[in-house]
Write a protein that binds this ligand. Structure first.
Ligand SMILES: C[S@@+](CC[C@H](N)C(=O)[O-])C[C@H]1O[C@@H](n2cnc3c(N)ncnc32)[C@H](O)[C@@H]1O
Length: 269
C-alpha cells in the first residue's frame, strides 16, 4: 500500500469527535508542564500535524495568544473540514488549517517553534521515521518536536465483556495486518533520537476515565474499515454494538484505562 492509497481507518462521527474533545481537554490539564517545557506559550508558532477534527486547536490557540500562530494540517479532507468549521465557529483568528500529509506538510523549514503530533504515528506503520525526519526540519534551531502516542496493547475497559475483548483483539489484528505499530508510544524516544534531536523528555501517564455512552474506543471507529478489509462482518458490528449497550446498562460505570506517552525532542541550536 503506498502512502497515498492508505486510508485512515477511524470514521469521524459525533461520538468520535467528542472522544477527541475529551482527550484534548484531559491532555491540556495533564500536560501543562510539558507544553511549557517545549515552548508552547505566548507568541509561539506551533504546528498541529494530523490535527483531526481540531480538538486541540482551541487550547493551542489560547496558549500561543494573539501574537502567536497555529498551523494545523491533516491528510483527511473530512477532518480538515471539521477542523476548519471548529476554528471558524470558535473565532480562532490565529489558527489556519490545511490539507497535507505528515511527511510532506508544505510548511516552511525552520519556521516553527514547536511541531506537535498526537496519535498519528500509530496509524503510519513503516513511515514513522520519515514523518519524524520531515517534521524535525520544520522546527527552528532550539525549537521542539512534541510527540504523543499510546500503547494500544495495554488498553483496558471495565466491566469486561467477551464481545468487547473480541472487538479489541480484532482491531489489534487489523492494525498488525496494515503494518501499524499498536505500541507506537513506547518507541517515541527512539524516533526523536534517530531524527537527530536532543531528547528533553520521555514520560507517560495512565488515563483512567468514565466516558459517556456516545464515546466508544478507536476500535469501534474502525468497524467499517474492518468490515471492508474482511476482518469482521456486519453481524460482528451488531454484536459489538449490543455489548456496548449491555455494558452501559450495568450498574458499574464503564471505565477506560489507557497508557499515553510524550516525547519532546529539541533541535540543536
Ligand atoms: C487519532 S486522530 C488524532 C487527531 C488529533 N491529533 C488529536 O489527537 O485529537 C489521527 C489523525 O491523523 C490523521 N493522519 C493520519 N496519518 C496521517 C498522515 N500521514 N498525514 C496527515 N494526517 C494523518 C488522520 O487523518 C486523523 O485525523
Amino acid at each position: 500500500m503506498t502512502p497515498d492509497e492508505r486510508r485512515y481507518a477511524l470514521e469521524l462521527d459525533p461520538g468520535e469527535v467528542e472522544r477527541y474533545r475529551m482527550m484534548a481537554e484531559q491532555a491540556r490539564a495533564a500536560e501543562a508542564d510539558l507544553w511549557d517545557l517545549a515552548g508552547i506559550g505566548p507568541g509561539a508558532s506551533v504546528a498541529d500535524v494530523g490535527c483531526g477534527p481540531g480538538a486541540m486547536l482551541p487550547a493551542l490557540s489560547g496558549a500561543v495568544g494573539p501574537e502567536g500562530r497555529v498551523e494545523a494540517v491533516d491528510a483527511d479532507p473530512e477532518a480538515v473540514a471539521a477542523a476548519t468549521a471548529l476554528v471558524a465557529a470558535a473565532g480562532l483568528g490565529n489558527v489556519s488549517v490545511a490539507q497535507a500529509r505528515a511527511d510532506h506538510t508544505g510548511l516552511a523549514p525552520g519556521s516553527l517553534d514547536v511541531v506537535m503530533v498526537r496519535h498519528v504515528l500509530a496509524h503510519n506503520g513503516g513511515a514513522e521515521d520519515a514523518i519524524v525526519a520531515h517534521l524535525a526540519t520544520l522546527v527552528r534551531p532550539g525549537g521542539c518536536l512534541y510527540l504523543v502516542d499510546s500503547d494500544g496493547t495495554a488498553f483496558r475497559t471495565l466491566p469486561e465483556h467477551a464481545d468487547l475483548t473480541d472487538l479489541n483483539d480484532r482491531y489489534g489484528a487489523f492494525r498488525a495486518a496494515r503494518g501499524d505499530d499498536n505500541r507506537a508510544g513506547l518507541r517515541l524516544a527512539d524516533r526523536v533520537a534517530r531524527a537527530g534531536l536532543e531528547l528533553l523528555e520521555f514520560s507517560g501517564r495512565y488515563f483512567i476515565g468514565q466516558p459517556p455512552a456516545a464515546v466508544r474506543p478507536p476500535a469501534w471507529a474502525a468497524r467499517e474499515a474492518m468490515v471492508a478489509a474482511g476482518v469482521a462482518g456486519e453481524d460482528d458490528v451488531h454484536r459489538w454494538d449490543r455489548a456496548f449497550q449491555e455494558v452501559e446498562a450495568a450498574p458499574v460505570p464503564r471505565t477506560v484505562f489507557a497508557p499515553l506517552f510524550t516525547a519532546i525532542g529539541r533541535r540543536p541550536a
